[in-house]
Design a protein around this ligand. Sequence first.
Ligand code: NDP
Length: 493
Amino acid sequence: MATKRTPSFDSHNPATGEVAGTYPIMNAKQVSEIVAHARTASAQWQKLGFSARKKVLLSWSQVIINRIDQIAALISLETGKPVGDAKLEVSIAVGHIGWAARHAEEIMRTAYRAPGLLLSNMSATVQRSPLGVVGVIGPWNYPMFTPVGSITYALAAGNTVVFKPSEYTPGVGMWLEETFNEVAPFADVLTTITGLGETGGALCTSGVDKISFTGSTRTAKIVAAQCATTMTPVVLECGGKDPVIVAVDANLERAVDATIWSAMANAGQSCIGAERVYVDERVADKFVELAVQLATTIHAGAPGDGNYGPATMPSQIKVIQSHIKSAIKDGGTCAYGGPESVKPPFVQPVILLDVPEDSAAMREETFGPTIIINRVKSMREAIDLSNASSYGLGANVWSKRQGKKIAAELACGMVAINSTFSFAAVASVPFGGVKDSGYGRVHGPEGLLEYTYARTVVRTRFNVPLNLLSFKRKAKEEKLVITLTRWLKGRFG
Ligand code: NDP
């Protein structure tokens, strides 16, 4: 008897095109069954309490550390990134697991608020409760670090999680579920579902209590629209066009080193990677000279060969190619590399100069190992051009004296002064953007609170003769309230 075949898809090694694994495409019915199981488990997971959950999460991080070679090899296989980069990604993810596990209780502790003068007979408190089941939709560029930044915080807060990894990195997603289940006290606390975009869509409308999405702005809008049909709240971590501002007093050697790494590492596939540089014209020639010097020493290649790997998602190559071409067509010049640097699946380093601000290469996210360096007359101009983007994820500022002043004027979610990427590794600070880069936050207390809801509890501590919320209220009591209002000028709340 013929059996109905389960639809499946393959993941690939992007360096060779070879099949890396085959995974089922889950349909809406399967997704909703998994979410139902996660919902049953959520009551039990919540009941466990903070310290038991902390133990589970710390045991999980230990399993991950013990198997760092295994997971780094899998990340490298599915993304094409060097194993060393994959290990760094795992290490940062482990830092987030530890931080969320250790701080959840303190962050969710009941807060006592001042009730105000007129209601001083009351106590006012805000309790925090987990939402229930959180759906996490992840990208392929950091297939461990990025989803773990949502999964761990949601779990630490007392939610169960259903995770849909990118179709390019399902193996890493399955590995996370399998290793978690080795230490989980019962099933269905963290479940990975596999499939294509439609499976992610099914998760959005499955009745989960929140979706935490990381990916492109284009898909984020679809996700938000899908979630709106079921009033499911969302956190959206999208792309960026991160600027680097280099002041006249910057340490140029360090600024160049960090900027070229930020732009080219991971094949430029970092949402917080440097895409455009605004350098003070007085130091611009030196900056460009050092940048080109450094670029000549790095190259793309398969893991074990290159400083960075191939484009993980083959379709991104077309975007990178079109941005290089439009930068040149619009009046920019190549200081290093050019259209010939694109040799699929690899893109060798490209440095472009003086590209007009209205070029697609300056406006749209390239997500490749390219960097544009433009000269500015002042830091005012650098700030204004940085803020003129439709994106607002991260930014880097290089200056010995003006770093904080410049940072305070940038319309973005995160700024690194005299460093790059650092805010992603500091677990205690929120990560996220503004404008087309999304809304909501992951990481830190703000990120953990995204997976909770506030319950306000106001309690009468003792009765007072003045009872305003009653039909028995007297005219003289109303008069007293007006007098008090005039006297306190709105300060009684
Ligand atoms: P996509 O937006 O294409 O995909 C992201 C995730 O959404 C994938 O798991 C994808 O599944 C899923 N998805 C696709 N269609 C739907 C749908 N209709 N409903 C629900 N889920 C869906 O992005 P990429 O994977 O291509 O990631 C690269 C982008 O992500 C870049 O633009 C980058 O800047 C951004 N990014 C942002 C980060 C941040 O923190 N702000 C971090 C990392 C990346 P499938 O793969 O199966 O199609």
